[in-house]
Ligand binder design. Structure first.
Ligand SMILES: *[C@@H]1O[C@H](CO)[C@@H](O)[C@H](O)[C@H]1NC(C)=O
Ligand SMILES: *[C@@H]1O[C@H](CO)[C@@H](O)[C@H](O)[C@H]1NC(C)=O
Ligand SMILES: *[C@@H]1O[C@H](CO)[C@@H](O)[C@H](O)[C@H]1NC(C)=O
Length: 569
């Protein structure tokens, strides 16, 4: 009887534990080992090329087989390879990259400026994720992350809550570049990494700095809409700078981390309410279906917004396309199907830029007309194409970015609908076909061509993000289960403090704003459907002082040469 009771209790506990852990993924999701192996094999061969020509450098230039060090010269690819290699079971690669990371002298760089953001998401995030995935045995990985983060703390001047992003004099006495203010993707994309660093180094300082930056970003005022910060923010005053609102580059990962940081700690009261405010305001004020002369009025977008420039600016980008996956994740955690369904539709509109392109790959940025038919200064250059596809090209580059397939990964794991796997497989084959270069994979200059020309550029996020998300779409769904892990914005996974936790405290639908109440422009602004492409402001980008030539080229083409740039957001 006692034995029976024990067995019964154990079974009951096991059932409870498994329901808790069943978490948010769809039970219908299935692996496809042939496809997973194809992704793994492209990862391994690309890495072999990197190793042969550029081992230890930040990145390989895939056409000339030369090397580039735009990110400190500490081996951005080395650190970005590790979590993916470990997840794929490529232990030799994992081990040799870990060994190399431990040899790096993070106190020295030949670079003039170091970006806190880029360094945090790759090096601090990558080293700590690698530590976790390796079984938390190699404390030297944590020690290296501490060396990096100790210096990054110099971005905070005096008692400022917010850091400046760029650091000069790294080798001797890091000093922040203070003349450009900061942007929210920089101040709001440190909390996951610094939180884990505090946990594993047993030193709360890092978490405290990141948390006060997060809090000050959330509390910045006045805001155009509740929860929707403009991109710019001033560390000297904690006030917003400018009025440009976007879910795209420069803002993106702040919104991304609001829900993810709550999820990592299992704390619904930390940052999740601010995420709900941002999403709620986005539904009310940014959300629009494609309008004007198109047959694709089903496509759902989040426009940019600037009151001083006429309100809604119907423009989106590859970087912004993380939003679908992020809304699906948040919608699941909150038990809110409206947010979840919006996330799916945002992802539909993003993958549409892939399936509509001659190369089968989506562009760097694109435009459309909003529901009212207004283009407000963006230019639809090909009305015929727009009529058929519901977007038009803005910048036609593809720089091996992951965000569209990242959202497809969430769509597949959370719905189990095989169509997402098939869309990802088509994208993978096109990427393999068009990007396969003399060494590893190359960026493309024009996705509208059936055979796009290649560019001599290959960012480290190819390894951390693009090939990881593709692999996970086809791997057994228990591999990095979304009920147990959360990804930093460079796709390095961290294990949740409370696996299986959800925050079902939002009544489905009832308390959310209704979509699409069009925002009337302020009187000072002149909305227009004119083709004055340069008349609307352009998003600012995170400052990575030595970013690659391709990104420079994109900025020049799309933005007429904005001085600040973004490699990853
Ligand atoms: C924690 O880290 C901070 C910042 O690097 C450092 O100043 C402090 O001495 C550390 N505290 C301990 C107990 O190691
Ligand atoms: C739609 O077509 C009309 C007539 O052809 C044209 O005047 C208008 O500018 C077009 N609108 C858009 C958004 O392309
Ligand atoms: C969403 O915004 C509306 C106002 O547009 C407000 O009435 C509602 O309470 C908000 N809901 C949440 C969950 O914040």
């Amino acid at each position: 009887m006692l034995l029976f009771t024990r067995l019964y209790t154990c079974t009951l506990l096991a059932i409870l534990a498994s329901t808790a852990l069943a978490g948010i993924q769809s039970p219908n999701a299935r692996g496809n080992s042939a496809r997973a192996n194809a992704v793994k094999s492209l990862f391994a061969s690309s890495y072999a090329d990197y190793k042969r020509y550029c081992f230890g450098h930040d990145q390989l230039n895939p056409l000339t087989k030369t090397c580039a060090d735009p990110l400190g010269g500490w081996g951005a690819t080395i650190v970005d390879v590790q979590s993916t290699a470990k997840i794929m079971g490529l232990n030799d690669i994992y081990n040799e990259c870990v060994a190399q990371s431990l040899r790096v002298d993070y106190t020295k760089t030949s670079q003039d400026q170091i970006s806190i953001f880029e360094t945090t998401i790759r090096h601090v995030g990558g080293l700590l994720s690698s530590y976790e995935l390796g079984g938390k045995t190699n404390q030297k990985l944590v020690d290296q992350a501490v060396v990096v983060a100790d210096r990054l703390l110099h971005g905070w001047v005096g008692n400022n809550a917010l850091p400046y992003n760029g650091l000069r004099n790294w080798n001797t006495n890091p000093t922040p570049v203070t003349d450009q203010g900061a942007i929210i993707a920089e101040t709001g994309t440190l909390i996951l990494e610094f939180d884990r660093l505090s946990k594993y180094s047993n030193n709360a300082t890092f978490r405290n700095f990141a948390a006060k930056a997060m809090r000050a970003t959330i509390n910045a005022s006045p805001l155009p809409f509740p929860g929707l910060n403009p991109q710019g923010i001033d560390p000297a005053t904690n006030k917003p700078r400018g009025d440009y609102v976007t879910w795209g580059g420069g803002s993106d990962s702040y919104f991304e981390y609001l829900i993810k940081a709550s999820y990592l700690n299992g704390n619904p009261y930390s940052y999740m309410p601010a995420w709900v405010r941002a999403v709620n305001s986005s539904i009310a004020h940014l959300m629009t279906t494609a309008g004007g002369n198109t047959t694709r009025k089903d496509l759902l977008y989040l426009a940019d917004y600037s009151a001083s420039s006429g309100g809604l600016i119907p423009r989106s980008s590859h970087l912004e396309c993380f939003h679908g996956g992020n809304w699906m994740l948040g919608g699941k955690l909150l038990g809110n199907d409206d947010i979840f369904q919006y996330g799916l539709r945002l992802t539909d509109a993003c993958i549409n830029t892939y399936t509509s392109s001659a190369s089968g790959i989506g562009p760097e940025s694109f435009v459309y007309a909003s529901q009212s038919g207004s283009t407000n200064g963006v230019k639809i250059r090909s009305p015929d194409f727009y009529r058929q596809h519901g977007f038009d090209y803005d910048s036609k580059y593809y720089v091996l970015r992951p965000e569209v397939l990242e959202s497809v990964f969430y769509a597949y794991r959370l719905t189990g609908d095989k169509k997402w796997q098939d869309l990802a497989w088509a994208a993978f084959k096109n990427i393999r076909n068009h990007c396969k270069a003399p060494a590893a994979l190359a960026a493309l200059s024009d996705v509208t061509q059936a055979t796009p020309p290649q560019i001599d550029d290959s960012e480290s996020f190819l390894y951390a993000e693009l090939l990881k998300y593709l692999y996970l779409i086809f791997a057994d769904p228990s591999t990095i289960d979304l009920g147990e892990w959360v990804f930093n914005t460079e796709a390095h996974p961290f294990r949740l403090d409370r696996p299986g936790v959800t925050f079902p405290q939002l009544n489905p639908g009832s308390r959310l704003a209704k979509p699409g109440s069009p925002v009337s422009p302020t009187s000072s602004a002149k909305p227009s459907t004119a083709s004055a492409t340069k008349s609307v402001p352009l998003p600012k980008f995170s400052s990575n002082p030595d970013a690659g030539k391709v990104v420079q080229g994109i900025l020049k083409e799309v933005f007429g040469g904005v001085g600040q740039l973004l490699v990853q957001g």
